[in-house]
Each structure stands twice: as structure tokens, then as C-alpha cells.
Design a protein around this ligand. Structure first.
Ligand SMILES: Nc1nc2c(ncn2[C@@H]2O[C@H](COP(=O)(O)OP(=O)(O)OP(=O)(O)O)[C@@H](O)[C@H]2O)c(=O)[nH]1
Ligand SMILES: [Mg+2]
Length: 200
């Protein structure tokens, strides 16, 4: 799959499940979701993958993506940018609303084939990440861990230590180191998407 051949576009920013693109049956595009804490770099990763820097809105201020944004990639694939969790400044009712929206998507969505679970290279696993990981495993949802902002770790020893700490929680998979700044990891991420697309 070559991202540059297509131009990604926003389908809808959904505030409620009724607004999700309808699931019609066998010809629906498969969906790939991007999950992780607020500010971990979900929207930046998505933009980097499609080489369209302004497609999904990014911000240094956490809590930037508050709706579920569905993007058309091609006839067979949609990307789904989810609101981040774990941002302390968000009012409790708002947090409950996001949690409901995210869980409703992850629980019911039949077109969802793969989630990328993003973990900040400098922070490693936090409680909310582990909760989500356990939730995905319990519900048999396929996920792949991506370690973001790897450019912030300056030496190869720092990178090794950061990756090793993350690997401890996922002995059966190889997390992908990624940087939206320098593009590390883009090829591996597309490879995984292509593999699942071909099985679909
Ligand atoms: N150095 C560096 N900064 C990054 C990287 N990815 C994202 N950022 C920065 O981190 C901040 C948050 O990025 P976003 O992509 O908006 O994060 P998000 O996970 O979508 O955040 P929410 O929408 O709030 O959940 C922005 O200031 C980005 O420029 C990266 O790989 N390296
Ligand atoms: Mg975002």
C-alpha cells in the first residue's frame, strides 16, 4: 500500500455512535483505530502515515481530539482517530462521555480490524494504558503497540531501555518505535496495515 497514491479525507467527526459511518456488510472498508493517552501523538501519527500534515488536528495542548474522526484512506481502508484519555484537566462528565463514546466504538464496531495502541517513549505504560490493553485483550480486539516520540530519546541506550520497559508488558509482540518528526516506523506500520488488509 502506498499512501501517496491516495488523498485521505475526513468523512465525519462523530460525537455519538449514531454518527459513525454506517456498517452495511461485506464491502465495508476495514477500520484502523489510533488509541492512546491525550498528547501521545495519535493525530500526528495519522498525518505522517498519509503524508498530509494538516489532515487530523494536532496540538501541544492535550485533549485536542474530542470527537471520533473517521478518515477515508482508500476504498478499502478507513483510519479512525480517537479522543485521548488520561488528561487530568478534563471535567468528570466530559471524561465519562468520551469513555462511553470510545468504548461504544471499540465494543460494537464490526469493521474495526486493528488498533494501534500508542505509548509515549519517555513515559512507558501508565495505568490507563494497561487498563485499555487488558480491555482489548478481554474483548479479543487485535492491537499493535507503537512507541511514539522516539526522537525525544537521544542515545541508543536510552532507546533500548525505553523499548525494553515497554516490551515487558507485551512479551508476544514487537512494539514499533515511531517518530512523527523523522518518520521512523512509518514503513513497519504500513506493512502491518497491508497484511491485515490482504486478509480482510
Ligand atoms: N518530538 C515529537 N513530538 C511529537 C511527536 N508526535 C507528536 N508530537 C507532538 O506532541 C503533541 C501532541 O500531538 P497530537 O498528535 O496532537 O497528540 P494526540 O494523541 O492526537 O492528542 P489528543 O488529540 O489530545 O488526544 C503535539 O505538540 C505534537 O507536535 C513525535 O513523534 N515527536
Ligand atoms: Mg488528537
Amino acid at each position: 500500500m502506498v499512501a501517496t497514491e491516495t488523498s485521505a479525507s475526513l468523512i465525519i467527526s462523530a460525537a455519538a455512535p449514531e454518527q459513525f459511518p454506517p456498517e452495511t456488510g461485506v464491502d465495508d472498508p476495514m477500520e484502523v483505530a489510533f488509541l492512546g493517552r491525550s498528547n501521545v501523538g495519535k493525530s500526528s501519527l495519522l498525518n505522517r502515515l498519509v503524508k498530509q500534515p494538516g489532515l487530523a488536528f494536532t496540538s501541544a495542548r492535550p485533549g485536542c481530539t474530542q470527537l471520533i474522526n473517521f478518515f477515508r484512506i482508500d476504498d478499502q481502508v478507513r483510519f479512525v482517530d480517537l479522543p485521548g484519555y488520561g488528561y487530568a484537566q478534563v471535567p468528570i462528565e466530559e471524561k465519562a462521555r468520551w469513555k462511553g463514546l470510545i468504548e461504544s466504538y471499540l465494543f460494537h464496531r464490526q469493521t474495526l480490524q486493528l488498533s494501534f495502541l500508542l505509548i509515549d517513549a519517555r513515559r512507558g505504560w501508565m495505568d490507563k494504558d494497561l487498563e485499555l490493553k487488558a480491555w482489548l485483550e478481554f474483548h479479543n480486539r487485535r492491537y499493535q503497540v507503537v512507541v511514539t516520540k522516539i526522537d525525544k530519546l537521544k542515545s541508543s541506550n536510552q532507546i533500548k531501555a525505553g523499548m525494553a520497559a515497554i516490551l515487558k508488558q507485551i512479551p508476544d509482540q514487537q512494539p514499533i518505535p515511531f517518530s512523527a518528526l523523522d518518520g521512523r516506523g512509518v514503513g513497519e506500520i504500513w506493512q502491518i496495515i497491508s497484511k491485515i488488509k490482504n486478509q480482510h
